[in-house]
Design a binder for this molecule. Sequence first.
Ligand code: NAP
Length: 318
Amino acid sequence: MSKIYDVIILGGGPAGLAAGLYCGRYRLDTLIIEKGKDGGQIAITNEIENYPGQMVEGESGPSLIARMSEQVKKFGAERITDVIKSVELEGDVKKLVGGQGEYLAKCVIVATGAFPRPIGCENEGRFVGKGISFCATCDANFFEDFEVYVVGGGDSAVEEAMYLTKFARKVTIIHRRDELRAAKSIQEKAFQNPKLNFLWDTVVESVDSTDGEDGLLNTMVVKNTKTGELTTINADEDDGLFGLFGFIGLLPKSELFRGVLDMDERGYLLTDANMHTNIPGVFAAGDVRDKAFRQVVTAAADGAIAANQAEHYISNLH
Ligand code: NAP
């Protein structure tokens, strides 16, 4: 019979790691299951400026998350890498079934996060990794001195576009409206950046390559959302390619819980203010949860609250 943990935390982003830290400090027997690298969304974020107390010059998502992971280790949470394929969450003992085994716990904290929303244009799938990317930190250097387009108008699009100006010759933000959604402080920096251009009221309709089936992205059709006018954008002839980065928001990683946990129509898990889902002993924290403001600090706060509630729940089981 498998060991029964006090708490299993699913996900090693800021929410999961904060929950792990707090559970460890509550002396709960804790297992964190992560399917890949720690960090979630911030593992692919180039710069973190607004985490309280973060004053390290040039702090990146990966460097912040590395310190969080180290801190969790200090307080004793066990770690395992596995992909959970099914869950049984009703009752006093919850079961998670992964590729490498079954895991049991009295409580589960779901901190599976979110992933980038696809751009939604024709042929998109064919060009992911061949011109289309959702991670500037990972792929910016492939576009050293090339032209790059960024779709979106929120914090991510504008911040990542500014990062891309350090590599690309020219960066153009394609936004579906004529006003950015990004925070004013971020906008101010963006409008001062001479390498940053804006294509307002525009969406990408389709992407393609003039070099055939295996070619790299070098042409796209964009549409003016006000006039409906279609325009073809081609790569500079000397370049032969351009980059297209998508930052148009997030989708929750909650598929595993469909039909099990209550979620909204987009798949965000519904919780109360104390991170309780509809099943006793099951909590959700961070970007996977339905909430108004997705930040590292709010994810970490969710994780701390979920751990605190898990501790209360377990104390009341005895
Ligand atoms: P977001 O704030 O949801 O912004 C998404 C952007 O993409 C919006 O400008 C939206 O346009 C556009 N968009 C959405 N669907 C689209 C579609 N189908 N076609 C074209 N454009 C589309 O997403 P985000 O920037 O990824 O940020 C996610 C969360 O992380 C937010 O809460 C954000 O504040 C937070 N974040 C914070 C920081 C920071 O504080 N430094 C950095 C990154 C992210 P509309 O404006 O027209 O809706």
